[in-house]
Ligand binder design. Structure first.
Ligand code: ATP
Ligand code: MG
Length: 418
C-alpha cells in the first residue's frame, strides 16, 4: 500500500492552484487598498491560547482541536482559526505602540477535527482580516464594505450578507438567563447536545441544525430585543453606514457565532449553493478579547473567509495556467545539449520555454508542443547548429520565420508582446 494523505486534508494541484492564487492575489490587492498589512503567525500555538479565547464550551475547543503534547510535555494545538494567534502576536510584539489603529490580514491553513464532507475539511484555509483599536461603527461598515468588494472582485455574486448584534457584557447576561429559562421549558424537544449545553452555552442552541431544536426555538427571545442603549445605538449606526455605502444586508436575529469572544456586530456571508456548508465568510466584533489575553483594552473586529468554499463556488470557471511561450524541438545529441542551454537562457530572460528530455522523435516532440499549447516552436538539428539560425513557427497560424539563435530572446519578446 502506498502512503496516502490524511483524511480531510487535501492536495491542491496544478490546474486548481491557479484559482487559489487568483483568490489570494485579489485579497492582497483589495485589502491593501483599505490599508491592511499582512501578518503571518505559526501554525502551532500553546493550547491555552485557544481555550482562553475561543471558549471552553464551544464546538471548536470541545471536540475539533488537534491538540498534542510535544516531547517536553507542553500542550500544543494546530491553530483552528486565525484571530487568536493574530491577537497573541499583536500583544507580544506590542503592535499597538506603533499605531493606535492596526489593520492586519492573514491567509493560511487552519485545522479542525471535523467530519470531512463537501466544503468541510480537517485542514482548510482561511483568508482573514482584523482591525484593532476602533470602536466607531464606521469601522464595522468599512470591514463589511471590504468583504463585499472582495466578493465582487472575485466574481462571486450568489452570496448575501447577514448581520446581527450579540450585545455586550452589559446586556448579554440578562438575555442569556432569559434564554436558559425559555429552553428549560422545552428541554424534551432539544437534541442530546443541546440538552447538555443549554446552560453553559444557550446561544448555541439557536444555531443547532437538529430539527427538534429549530422547532423548539422559533419563538425564543432574541438578543436584538434585549440590547442595552449603547449596543442598540452602535447596531443602528452600523446599519445606517451600510445603507449609506449601498451594501446590501439582512438582519438575522438568530445568527450566533460559534466562538465566545464575539460581542455586538456579528455577520456571515451565506450562499445557498453549498448545501449545509452555507457560510463562506464569518466574523464580528471582539472588543474584550485583546484585554482578556493580557493586552491593552482595545476593541477589535474581523472576519475569516473559507477559501475551499470560495473555490467550490468558482466551480468550473477554471483559470487557465500559463502555457509555454516556446517549445524547442531538438534532433540529435549535440542539438539537444544546445537546446538545453538556449532554453535556460530564455527562462533567465523571463520567457516560458520548454523542451523534451526523453530523446523522442521530432514528430513526438511536436505532438508534445501541441499538447502543451506552446505559442511558438523552434526546431534545431545539425544544420541549425552550424548556421546559428532556425525556423520559428507560430503555432496559431503555422507561419514560419527565420530566427538567429543568438537573438531569440529579443525576437520572442517582440512577437509575444504584439
Ligand atoms: P460552520 O458553521 O460551517 O462550521 P464556523 O462557524 O465553524 O463554520 P468560522 O469558525 O466562523 O466557521 O470560520 C470562518 C469560515 O471558515 C467559515 O465561514 C467557513 O467558510 C470556513 N470554515 C470553517 N470550518 C471549515 C472547515 N472545517 N472546512 C472548510 N472551511 C471551513
Ligand atoms: Mg464549525
Amino acid at each position: 500500500m502506498s502512503i496516502t494523505a490524511i483524511k480531510g486534508m487535501n492536495d491542491i494541484l496544478p490546474g486548481e492552484i491557479e484559482t487559489w492564487q487568483f483568490l489570494e492575489a485579489t485579497a492582497r490587492n483589495v485589502f491593501g487598498t483599505y490599508g491592511f498589512a499582512e501578518i503571518r503567525t505559526p501554525a502551532v500555538e500553546k493550547t491555552e491560547l485557544f481555550c482562553r479565547s475561543i471558549g471552553e464550551t464551544t464546538d471548536i475547543v470541545e471536540k475539533e482541536m488537534y491538540t498534542f503534547d510535544d516531547k517536553s510535555g507542553n500542550s500544543l494545538t494546530l491553530r483552528p482559526e486565525g484571530t487568536a494567534p493574530v491577537m497573541r502576536s499583536f500583544i507580544q510584539n506590542r503592535l499597538h505602540t506603533l499605531d493606535p489603529v492596526s489593520k492586519l490580514f492573514y491567509m493560511g491553513p487552519m485545522f479542525r477535527y471535523e467530519r470531512p464532507q463537501k466544503g468541510r475539511y480537517r485542514q482548510f484555509h482561511q483568508i482573514g482580516a482584523e482591525v484593532l483599536g476602533v470602536e466607531d461603527p464606521k469601522i464595522d461598515a468599512q470591514v463589511l464594505s471590504m468583504l463585499n468588494q472582495y466578493f465582487c472582485r472575485i466574481g462571486i455574486e450568489s452570496v448575501s450578507l447577514q448581520i446581527n448584534s450579540l450585545g455586550c457584557p452589559e446586556c448579554r447576561p440578562g438575555y442569556r438567563q432569559q434564554l436558559i429559562d425559555y429552553l428549560e421549558q422545552r428541554l424534551d424537544s432539544l437534541c442530546a447536545d443541546c440538552q447538555r449545553r443549554y446552560k453553559t452555552n444557550p446561544l448555541r442552541v439557536l444555531d443547532c441544525k437538529a430539527s427538534g431544536c429549530k422547532e423548539a426555538t422559533v419563538d425564543a427571545p432574541e438578543m436584538l430585543e434585549h440590547l442595552c442603549a449603547d449596543c442598540e445605538e452602535h447596531f443602528s449606526a452600523v446599519k445606517k453606514h451600510l445603507l449609506a455605502l449601498t451594501i446590501p444586508f439582512e438582519v438575522n436575529a438568530r445568527m450566533v457565532r460559534g466562538l465566545d469572544y464575539y460581542v455586538r456586530t456579528t455577520f456571515e456571508m451565506v450562499t445557498d449553493r453549498l448545501g449545509s456548508q452555507n457560510a463562506v465568510a464569518a466574523g464580528g466584533r471582539y472588543d474584550g478579547l485583546v484585554e482578556s489575553l493580557g493586552g491593552p483594552a482595545l476593541p477589535g473586529i474581523g472576519f475569516a473567509i473559507g477559501v475551499e468554499r470560495l473555490v467550490l463556488m468558482k466551480g468550473e470557471e477554471k483559470i487557465i495556467p500559463p502555457v509555454p511561450q516556446l517549445f524547442i524541438a531538438a534532433l540529435g545529441q549535440a542539438a539537444c545539449d544546445q537546446a538545453f542551454v538556449l532554453m535556460t537562457e530564455l527562462q533567465r530572460a523571463g520567457i516560458r520555454a520548454e523542451m523534451d528530455y526523453q530523446g523522442k522523435s521530432l514528430k513526438a516532440q511536436m505532438r508534445r508542443a501541441n499538447k502543451l499549447n506552446a505559442a511558438y516552436t523552434l526546431i534545431i538539428g545539425e544544420e541549425e547548429l552550424k548556421s546559428g539560425e532556425a525556423q520559428l513557427k507560430c503555432m496559431a497560424d503555422s507561419k514560419q520565420s527565420q530566427a538567429k539563435l543568438g537573438q531569440l530572446a529579443e525576437l520572442l519578446m517582440e512577437k509575444l508582446t504584439k
